[in-house]
Design a protein. Structure first.
Length: 277
């Protein structure tokens, strides 16, 4: 078992980092490596069964730091839009059942067949407004995540933390906040000032590194902390100064890391985590 290092008490393993593992396997992995929290993904929870997944992480003594993901709101077709709203309502209920107060939103790219980025952003705001009462009634906060601009066309038209924050501030703080993910926002000259401005709106802090060369599938271009170009301590200090005291998730999408032995990955995540401070 890995020995506990300074700063590791807040470490959460996002399930995407060990994508091949079931909820039970990921929970057992966290226990073996002294990781006290886990960020769950809906597809893995669905495979396990919601009640069984909730019971397993509780039995393991783990905190569920977040549930990924809701969002993908950018539909003008009424049937598709209604389906997206229904799916997000279900995601809110799942988050509440798992005992987490945070549902991460990947809000959606351009409307299919459209180049109107303003339209896509308006649709996101309209959808979140519809979900706010549901979130408040469930005790779950919607975390708007800004994604790197390379994903604007197909995944998320909100590219800067400041944009996510401006949208979140249109709604009550107990219902809507923002996610700070270093991979997506490290490059932004306004990042530290936007973190300060976010304050209580920060509902999740996620870390991994930006590595080069990027793979053909840019979604999988994340690395272990310390393997790339991100200067983590100033970001962590800003998030802490802003008042965020919750779990810090390590979330890595990388085909080589997914193929590696899960215990090796968890050990590296654990041992590298203090580098963010």
């Amino acid at each position: 078992m890995t020995t506990t290092a300074p700063g590791v008490a807040r470490l959460s393993l996002n399930q995407a980092t060990v994508n091949r593992l079931s909820v039970t396997e990921a929970a057992d992995l966290c226990v073996r490596h002294d990781i006290g929290a886990i960020g769950l993904w809906r597809e893995h929870v669905a495979r396990a069964g919601l009640a069984a997944a909730a019971a397993r992480v509780k039995a393991a003594g783990l905190t569920v730091s977040s549930l990924c993901r809701g969002g993908f709101f950018t539909h003008v077709d009424p049937v598709a839009r209604a389906a997206a709203i229904a799916d997000n309502k279900a995601a809110i209920a799942e988050a509440a059942a798992l005992g987490t107060g945070t549902l991460v939103l990947v809000s959606g790219g351009l409307v299919p067949g459209s180049r109107d980025i303003g339209l896509a952003r308006r649709l996101i705001g309209d959808a979140i407004a519809e979900l706010v009462p549901v979130a408040q009634g469930s005790g779950v906060r919607l975390g708007i995540e800004a994604l790197h601009p390379v994903f604007a066309a197909d995944r998320c038209v909100i590219s800067r933390l400041g944009e996510a924050l401006d949208l979140a501030r249109q709604f009550p703080a107990d219902a809507v906040g923002v996610v700070v993910d270093t991979y997506h926002v490290w490059w932004d000259a306004s990042l530290l000032s936007d973190i300060a401005r976010a304050g209580e709106r920060i509902v999740s802090y996620q870390v991994c590194d930006w590595v080069l060369p990027l793979p053909a599938d840019t979604l999988l271009g994340r690395g272990h902390v310390g393997d790339g170009y991100i200067d983590f301590p100033p970001v962590t200090a800003a998030v802490t100064k802003a008042g965020y005291t919750g779990d810090i998730e390590v979330e890595i999408f990388n085909a080589e890391i997914w193929a590696a032995p899960a215990d090796q990955t968890a050990a590296t995540v654990h041992d590298r985590f203090p580098l963010i401070f």
